[in-house]
Design a protein around this ligand. Sequence first.
Ligand SMILES: NC(=O)C1=CN([C@@H]2O[C@H](COP(=O)(O)OP(=O)(O)OC[C@H]3O[C@@H](n4cnc5c(N)ncnc54)[C@H](OP(=O)(O)O)[C@@H]3O)[C@@H](O)[C@H]2O)[C@@H](O)CC1
Ligand SMILES: [K+]
Length: 479
Amino acid sequence: MAKNTKNHLLSVAQMYEADQRTIESGISGIRLMEAAGSAIAREITTRWSPRKTVILCGPGNNGGDGFVVARLLHNKGWYVRILLLGERDNLKGDAKTNADRWPFETQPFSPDGIKDADLIVDAVFGAGLVRDVDGIVALTLKAAQQQNVPIIAVDMPSGVDGDSGQILGMAIQADITVTFCRAKTGHYLLPGRTLCGDVIVADIGIQDPIIEQIAPENTKNAPAHLFPWPKTEGHKFDRGHGVIVGGQQMTGATRLAALCARRVGAGLITIAARGTAYMVYRTCEPGNLVSNDNLNEILADPRKNTVLIGPGLGIGEGRKALVKDLLNTDKNLILDADALTMLAGHNWQNRAGETLLTPHEGEFKRLFPDITGSKLERARQAAHQSKATVLLKGPDTVIAAPDGRCTINTTGTPWLATAGSGDSLAGICLGLICQGLNSYDGACLGTWLHGKCAETGGVGLISEDISTLLPEVLKTLQK
Ligand SMILES: NC(=O)C1=CN([C@@H]2O[C@H](COP(=O)(O)OP(=O)(O)OC[C@H]3O[C@@H](n4cnc5c(N)ncnc54)[C@H](OP(=O)(O)O)[C@@H]3O)[C@@H](O)[C@H]2O)[C@@H](O)CC1
Ligand SMILES: [K+]
């Protein structure tokens, strides 16, 4: 049966491979370019009425797409001018063919060339961006930006690296970006995600089996089908028993995590509490189980399959030893916040249970100081090194599995940058993993749900809202 590959994200190299395999299968490059240009022209004409349009064409096939757009808009009666980077005579292949089909003059890149534009098409660089944007290109792109008119980027906003989403030199801010076949990782990693505006993925005739053969390791997540719906014949012990090592001072973190774990369906949540915090937990949410037994005794029950440690935990030698002891158990583990900080320099080994690490950037740097690269690559390397699933938090959260798979999460709002938000996310993951999801699926679904709660809550969201919003979000997943 054909796999659904729609949520796969391609690297730039994989996109070239898909193009190449398609051309070898008998669909010519010129046909692909015509389909690409047609898709862009269609997106423009469905949004805007005819207006003075300037198309910035680069020296490669991205520019070739620009020539197709120019011809198609001109045929519909639009006033179109082309600014071309480099000499027209130097164009090659499909770009040259389409330049030859444009019967009018082109003008060189210059800021003045933008002046009367009411709409701008950025067809300067796409997949072939290889070095910093500077000189006359940077000046012309800046002028385009200052013109304050809609900007439509072809494939990528020029200056954005298609793999990492990073800016090379400078980049243009687009209103919409039309890309082809599948989105690339750079469309969803910051700052690329912001610079793209709305991302539209157009079908240009590359068949799904080609994407299946390439087997991309990256996805944007749409994991709703993974949700572990309670079974009619089930009872609470079928729905997992999670344990949270309760913080002694910052008890709120544990309580938020417990609420979220229960909201996503965990059958039971036990808070392991010590000292005066024990009474705090006892007198709060009545649905939590609270125990001040020794943690080993609590975990002796094999039904308690998943442990979250870190939220509100604090730092200290005793606590560090506790975290290390837990790593030696066969329980599924979610390590967050202070638990991660105390594992700096840890010698990671394979474990019997699932392991999920949920660092933000600061914790990540402490844990993996030698790992560099794009956010995606850093998360992937960390997962490989730690043999754990790594959920690298941020507005473009990346989840990486030790086997090389990665997901870029696309849900959420800036309101999630608030105290307790990470504790809630850890709790959601705990609730899902204790119900039997593996750590990668639990982390992908958990992050997605967490973001959806923020989108549903809208402005003014605080972390206490997240657990209350979960039922509304879960309802949207029901068939
Ligand atoms: N393949 C297909 O079938 C299809 C491909 N399609 C389209 O093709 C696009 C990829 O085309 P591409 O490979 O020609 O790369 P592209 O983005 O045009 O740039 C290469 C040129 O830019 C130059 N250059 C780079 N960086 C620079 C800088 N900073 N400053 C200055 N110059 C710089 C670079 O120069 P060079 O390094 O060679 O000196 C080279 O001349 C893809 O994004 C999509 O839009 C669609 O039509 C669908 C079918
Ligand atoms: K572009």
